[in-house]
Design a protein around this ligand. Structure first.
Ligand SMILES: Nc1ncnc2c1ncn2[C@@H]1O[C@H](COP(=O)(O)OP(=O)(O)OP(=O)(O)O)[C@@H](O)[C@H]1O
Ligand SMILES: [Mg+2]
Length: 218
């Protein structure tokens, strides 16, 4: 049966409302921390920041599940905070979920791969050695990408930075989880102003933590 616009509009509105509510929904931090096997330790301020990072990852998972408008989640801050550890847990969930499936692009008819984990410094090394370009292209199109440790590479010529800017322009509007031990200000100054501003645009979320190394917290 053909639906009238009157029937369709409330459905669209409902989808929009759902999208917004998943992203801002309150989550049970204790349960999610348990699910991610992520210990929330340290002083009161550290616990608050670590809870915020768990909540953001929980909402990211929930938003992917709910089919929301894709956004970027950037986990930034001090070394040993558990950013990569948590990103791995999100990756493990995704790679074992029913969302981890290839599909075909309606327009180009090309395969869209479900996603991958990318250790950025390793790819940066390849790019400096004039390889890794195919991988860079694949990373632009896949549904969900985790870019671990951006900015941890040596890049005297700025070539790696340019590749990353290009990659990230291609990932606008796609699920992207980024980790870096740089602050947003450092990303802006040391990597690329455009990357820093995209981390904040179009509903993307930045969580910055300033906590001591996991092994030194109690
Ligand atoms: N909250 C946590 N609960 C349990 N283990 C943790 C937690 N945080 C960190 N760890 C442990 O500490 C190790 C180091 O953490 P991780 O590599 O995630 O830090 P990071 O924030 O990515 O640091 P860097 O910025 O240097 O990459 C992890 O491999 C994990 O074993
Ligand atoms: Mg890390």
């Amino acid at each position: 049966m053909i639906k009238t616009p009157r029937e369709i509009v409330p459905k669209i509105l409902q989808t929009v409302t759902q999208a917004t509510s998943t992203k801002n929904a309150s989550v049970n931090t204790t349960e999610w921390a348990k699910y991610f096997e992520f210990q929330i330790t340290g002083n009161a301020e550290e616990k608050k920041q670590l809870s915020a990072i768990v909540d953001a990852c929980a909402r990211f998972v929930k938003s992917v599940k709910a089919g929301d408008q894709p956004y970027w989640l950037s986990l930034l801050g001090t070394s040993g905070a558990g950013k990569t550890y948590l990103a791995r847990k999100v990756w493990r969930w995704f790679s074992h979920s029913s969302f981890f499936r290839s599909s075909i692009d309606d327009d180009t008819k090309e395969i869209i791969y479900p996603g991958s984990w990318c250790n950025w410094p390793r790819l940066a090394g390849e790019l400096l050695g004039n390889s890794g370009y195919g991988r860079l292209e694949d990373l632009q199109t896949e549904k969900l990408t985790i870019l671990d440790e951006i900015g941890a590479d040596r890049d005297p010529s700025g070539h790696v930075r340019d590749c990353m800017s290009r990659l990230l322009s291609g990932r606008v509007g796609k699920w992207t989880l980024i980790t870096s031990n740089k602050s947003l200000g450092d990303v802006d100054r040391d990597i690329d102003t455009r990357v820093a501003s995209r981390m904040l645009r179009d509903g993307s979320i930045v969580v910055e933590v300033d906590v001591s190394d996991f092994s030194k917290r109690k």
